[in-house]
Design a protein around this ligand. Structure first.
Ligand code: NAD
Length: 516
């Protein structure tokens, strides 16, 4: 029996969630393509959340004792389980989020790769090591290790319901923590599936990864539940609320927030490749990608060719829920209203080029036509606010420096891209782009390289998932010293002779005083 069948077999379809303390209140998740109910889930209240965290705390002890090798083995069992059931999970993602099956497969593949990397690199990144004690403590041995924080609370969004939370979950587990995850109220079935898969694949540490379901109040309860850290992925306005709630208990936070990512197309760029990347980077997943390209700044040397190429490619794009559709519906109907507001604002002051697909034939109003937005004032909402839809602004700029200045003129700073024929120029622009990640001559590539950290600056958040930084994010650095031999004179004792500090001053003067 598949996990989905098992979940369907229980009346509330909450097989992977914390069900022992479910309140009587429930909510439905629906298929954005058809409105059909995907599952009914408990609204976990503060008591249920606290009990899940307490169970996770108990599980964290056993999980920690398994050591790096024991955890690696179990994380491998989990990724094997996900890999064998990839199609089943992709079907569920397609039904609940709306994205095409192929995009769901890609998302799951990335998550599996991160699970593998986190498990394989935890010991080397976090394990105990000796560091040099230095001259002042030469008679001591110095040790550094990174210890788990206990239970990590993870709150996730709906747009990449597997890949996004797994960026925190995989790294938190590999670092030795237990996890309680609250998925978005729009994708609880995917969250419940992931937790049910964990229980099936890792039965001897089943409570090390649990799911609680509900709305914002359930998330707020997780913030107050005494977790070691709260890893939040979502919008900047909700991030502010999460930080305020976590401040009540001085719970540390990781913030993975929204973006307004820009692409720079330089004079010598491969215009066809840049256009292809801009169209996919902005329209795939119906534009509901935190690191999606929302703005392009193309130099006057390439602007006309670039616009012609992008509009030609966009012309044939078609949203739908069939296998041939390029992207699916807006997962959250309210997001569609924001996209329509941004596009109609541009229609009044600039130009809107849409695809050829007839909106009258779209299955319902959750499907949006692709829209290329031209001659858009920099003050327009389509340039200033996160649109999160199948749209792209293209602006003509003097040169790449002008492009960089405009790209950086945003309160966000998640990611971005540079297309240029010159490696040195592209690398220079990438370094000076105010963002956590930049791809050169491609889009979004950094997300598929597990060794690279992922996270933003400014209103895009702080802290990092993925890579060594992502493992360390879920730990506390622990310093230990051990005296190897006692010296005749102990500087840190009231018994030290007065001449000892004079001698130290002379030695330090000789060593450091010559530097000017
Ligand atoms: P959202 O902020 O509306 O919700 C995110 C999560 O927070 C949901 O699970 C929600 O139930 C919960 N929540 C709501 N109110 C809460 C509260 N008061 N306390 C605690 N939790 C609360 O975001 P969304 O619409 O689900 O996701 C889209 C946003 O996420 C976009 O801005 C997108 O750019 C961003 N995002 C960022 C990344 C990243 O890695 N930086 C990745 C994916 C999505």
């Amino acid at each position: 029996m598949s996990l989905v069948e098992q979940m369907d077999a229980v009346t509330d379809a909450s097989a992977g969630t914390v069900d022992r303390h479910a309140t009587t209140q429930t909510f439905e998740s629906t298929n954005p393509a058809s409105g059909a109910v995907v599952g009914v889930f408990p609204v976990h209240d503060a008591d249920a959340v606290n009990e899940a965290v307490e169970r996770a705390r108990a599980a964290a002890t056993h999980w920690g004792e398994l050591g790096f090798d024991g955890r690696k083995e179990r994380l491998s069992a989990y990724r094997g389980y996900l890999a064998r059931r990839m199609n089943e999970l992709a079907d569920l993602v397609h039904r609940e989020n709306g994205k095409p099956h192929g995009d769901a497969i890609l998302e799951i593949t990335l998550a599996i790769d991160h699970l593998a990397w986190a498990g394989a690199h935890a010991r080397k990144t976090l394990g105990p090591r000796r560091v040099r004690a230095g001259m002042l403590a030469a008679n001591h041995a110095a040790y550094l290790e990174y210890q788990p924080l206990g239970v990590i609370g993870v709150i996730g969004p709906w747009n990449y319901p597997v890949f996004t939370p797994m960026g925190s979950i995989a790294y938190a587990l590999a670092a030795g923590n237990a996890v309680v995850f609250k998925p978005s109220e729009y994708t609880p079935a995917v969250g419940a599936w992931l937790a049910a898969a964990w229980r099936a694949a890792v039965p001897d540490a089943a409570d090390a990864f649990q799911v609680v379901t509900g709305y914002g109040e359930t998330g707020a309860a997780l913030c107050r539940a005494g977790v070691g850290k709260l890893a939040f992925t979502g919008s900047a306005p909700t991030g502010r609320k999460v930080m305020a709630t976590c401040a009540e208990t001085l719970t540390p936070v990781l913030m993975e927030l929204g973006g307004k990512d820009a692409m720079i197309v330089d004079d010598d760029a491969d215009v066809v490749a840049a256009a292809d990347a801009a169209v996919w980077g902005s329209m795939s997943n119906a534009g509901q990608t935190c690191i999606g390209i929302e703005r392009v700044y193309a130099t006057s040397a390439v602007y006309d060719r670039f616009v012609a190429e992008v509009t030609a490619q966009v012309r044939s794009l078609r949203p739908g829920s069939d296998d041939e559709a390029h992207y699916g519906p807006m997962t959250m109907a309210a997001q569609g209203d924001i996209v329509r507001r941004h596009v109609s604002h541009v229609a009044a002051s600039g130009r809107v080029v849409r695809g050829e697909a007839d909106p009258a034939l779209f299955p319902n109003e959750n499907y949006l036509a692709p829209a290329v937005l031209l001659d858009v004032p920099e003050s327009s909402p389509a340039v200033r606010e996160e649109t999160f839809g199948p749209t792209l602004t293209i602006t003509k700029v003097r040169d790449a420096e002008d492009a960089l200045e405009r790209a950086n003129a945003t309160s966000y700073g998640l990611a971005g891209a540079v297309f240029s024929g010159s490696k040195a120029r592209a690398m220079d622009l990438a370094r000076r782009m105010r963002s956590g990640m930049t791809s050169v001559n491609s889009v979004l590539t950094f997300a598929s390289i597990p060794a690279l950290p992922f996270g933003g600056v400014g209103e895009s958040g702080f802290g990092r998932i993925h890579g060594e930084d992502g493992l360390k994010e879920f730990t506390r650095a622990k310093a230990i010293t051990r005296q190897r031999v006692a010296l005749p004179v102990n500087l840190m004792s009231f018994s030290r002779p007065a001449s000892a500090t004079d001698a130290v001053a002379r030695v330090m003067g000789l060593i450091h005083g010559r530097h000017r």
